[in-house]
Design a protein around this ligand. Structure first.
Ligand SMILES: Nc1ncnc2c1ncn2[C@@H]1O[C@H](COP(=O)(O)OP(=O)(O)O)[C@@H](O)[C@H]1O
Ligand SMILES: [Mg+2]
Length: 362
């Protein structure tokens, strides 16, 4: 076990890259964004355009068509390039001739991506590490633990234990590799103000670790709104040089997006930003051979915008981005049922765990 020699220290805080704008309650009918917001919007869009062409770059696609495409989930050229004209016309409510023209242009402009040999892919897969939750049945459900190079989504109702899992994995990440950890640093984006150093200390003691040493390796930032949340990813990139970043937690991924983007008119915008955010996160996972853990709520009440009350928020964009999805629910006697919902190479299944003072246990 780790030595207990380090002096006490506080959990580090990331300094925001720039002062975040305060969360505004967005009124669908109010297009009077103030100047700061407009600038911020413009900068994000500019950055996006630097990366690769967007659907607005397609000849004949104006803002209205772009909006239709985005609402139908087509925010990338490649997604459009692989469609048939009739399917795209149906999905995005366009004329078939228009859809056909858009597809032809998207084929020319899309970045189709390169081929890797099976051997190269295997080499990449060999680097995958597995972070153990130390809950045997949960690790077994995941084929040995939480994989790096992956985005894992934990969703469930309020109080189901999402934040507990996030805290436990943050602690475990600091464990030596031969004890199922990554001997790694953690970045933790807290959007709901539910990160508690005290809880980290309890869980550290539960594993015989020095709480101060563990806190030293967990870098926490509070995100005040969705733009701030996205900016913090840049801050992670900047701060993480020279660190062994192995786990990035976003708890909750969708909370701000959900609160800020209300009404149908904002759906396309929200999905575009969420998509961008997820891509940024995945890039960090790839570069650092790290694991991304995001939490997500289920719909508490049905409405036109957010749909089915038993489904996770974030729609298919998040569903596609997640490598593994875990659905948490409360059971009798304070126990939690964890269901593996989606996985590229593992069967669906369930396990039961408990949350106690020491942390998560079988
Ligand atoms: N120190 C503790 N000892 C035992 N159980 C705890 C402790 N701290 C939190 N819990 C349990 O975790 C629950 C909160 O789970 P949480 O992860 O915050 O839910 P979510 O993030 O899904 O809303 C509490 O209701 C309680 O049952
Ligand atoms: Mg929580």
């Amino acid at each position: 076990m780790a030595s207990k020699t380090r002096k006490p220290s506080k959990t580090k805080e990331i300094t925001p890259v720039e002062k975040a704008k305060t969360t505004a309650t967005v009124d669908e009918n109010d297009d009077g964004l103030d100047l700061v917001e407009q600038e911020q919007e413009a900068r994000i869009v500019t950055e996006e355009q630097l990366d690769e062409p967007t659907i607005e770059d397609l000849p004949g696609v104006g803002p209205a068509t772009a909006e239709k495409l985005r609402e139908a989930g087509f925010d990338e050229l490649l997604a459009i390039a692989v469609m048939t004209a009739s399917a795209l016309a149906d999905a995005a409510e366009l004329g078939e001739a228009v859809a056909s023209k858009i597809i032809q242009s998207a084929k020319k402009m899309a970045n189709i991506g390169g081929f890797l040999s099976g051997g190269q892919l295997l080499e990449r897969r060999r680097k995958v590490m597995k972070l153990q939750s130390q809950v045997e049945s949960l690790d077994a459900l995941l084929g040995g633990g939480f994989e790096t190079q992956a985005l894992i989504e934990v969703y469930g109702a309020f109080g189901s234990g999402k934040t507990q899992i996030a805290h436990q994995l943050a602690v475990n990440c600091t464990l030596p590799v031969d004890q199922g950890g990554f001997d790694g640093d953690v970045f933790y984006i807290d959007t709901e103000d539910t990160f508690r150093p005290e809880r980290i200390m309890q869980m550290s003691r539960g594993l015989d670790l020095d709480p101060d040493e563990v806190l030293e390796r967990i870098h926490v930032a509070r995100a005040y709104n969705s733009d701030h949340q996205m900016l913090l990813i840049d801050e992670i990139k900047r701060m993480s040089k020279g660190m062994n970043v192995k786990l990035i937690v976003v708890d909750s991924l969708t909370g701000h997006f959900r609160a800020e983007y209300i009404g149908r008119g904002m759906l396309a915008d929200r999905q575009q930003k969420l998509n961008r955010h997820l891509k940024d996160l995945k890039q960090i996972a790839d570069i650092n051979n790290a694991l991304i853990l995001v939490t997500n709520q289920v719909h508490s009440k049905p409405d036109a915008m957010w749909g089915d009350p038993t489904k996770p928020v974030g729609g298919h964009i998040l569903a596609h981005a997640s490598t593994f999805r875990l659905y948490l629910r409360k059971a009798k006697g304070g126990r939690r049922i964890v269901r593996l919902v989606d996985s590229p190479n593992l069967p669906e299944g369930e396990c039961v765990m408990e949350v106690i003072e020491d942390g998560l246990r079988d």
